[in-house]
Design a protein around this ligand. Structure first.
Ligand code: C5P
Length: 215
């Protein structure tokens, strides 16, 4: 059980919150459960684990170093600060877009019925940056939450992000927030589909494969 002893694993998990003004934000339904389960499984196998977590209400798994962040840009900075790592597993549901200019004060209704425009801008792609970085971990694993053509989209993502594996899951049901998950592990060599199982079991299966790949 110390198959990951001496290895540093970096995990991102949870959603990000993208501020609109001091009291409002854009978010998504990610609970962080799958990423936290992966961090826990890796720590149990002896890895040193850094877990960069978006805003979630989950306890820190035993033996895991946790860094809490809110926004995608904070997550990107925390990931960069945690390097080098032997393996990175990017499970976070990072917001693709943020509000271009966060209002310094709470947006107010002015009584005229006018609606404030929300101009969005693209967030940094943390996984793709890591894929292209000189500090790229030896094994880079991304996730792909899709609601259709799950494996096809994951294969495209493998190349686009410079990842070694993409773990694809269909989130059209109640995967986000739920405790079950059915994933397809997509590698250049082929696809391994696992049956639906608890997120803890998905984590154990994935971390076992990671230990094999690093040994
Ligand atoms: O492109 P898409 O968001 O579907 O890619 C999902 C994968 O990319 C996940 O591993 C996610 O953690 C990562 N990602 C990221 N930074 C972003 C967007 C996605 O690290 N801004």
């Amino acid at each position: 059980t110390g198959a990951l002893a001496g290895k540093h694993m970096l995990v991102t998990a949870g959603p990000t919150h993208e501020p609109i003004d001091p009291v409002r934000y854009i978010a998504n339904r990610s609970s962080g459960k799958q990423g936290f389960a992966i961090a826990a499984a890796a720590a149990r196998m002896g890895a040193r684990v850094t877990l960069v977590a978006g805003p979630v209400t989950l306890p820190t798994p035993p033996g895991v170093t946790r860094v809490d962040v809110e926004s995608a840009r904070e997550m990107a900075a925390a990931v960069a600060a945690a390097l080098p790592a032997d393996v990175a597993v990017m499970v976070a549901a990072v917001a693709d877009w943020r509000v271009a200019t966060e209002a310094g004060q709470k947006l107010k209704k002015d009584g005229s019925g006018a609606v404030p425009p929300l101009h969005l801008t693209e967030n940094p792609d943390i996984l793709a940056r890591l894929g292209a970085s000189p500090e790229r971990p030896r094994l880079l694993v991304g996730f792909a939450a899709e609601t259709e053509n799950v494996v096809t989209h994951a294969k495209a993502k493998l190349a686009r992000k410079g990842a070694d594996w993409i773990v694809a899951n269909d989130v059209s049901g109640d995967v986000m927030g739920g405790h079950l998950n059915a994933v397809h592990i997509v590698r250049a060599e082929g696809v391994e589909s696992l049956p639906e199982m608890p997120k803890d079991a998905v984590a154990a299966a994935l971390v076992e494969r990671i230990a094999d790949a690093l040994s």
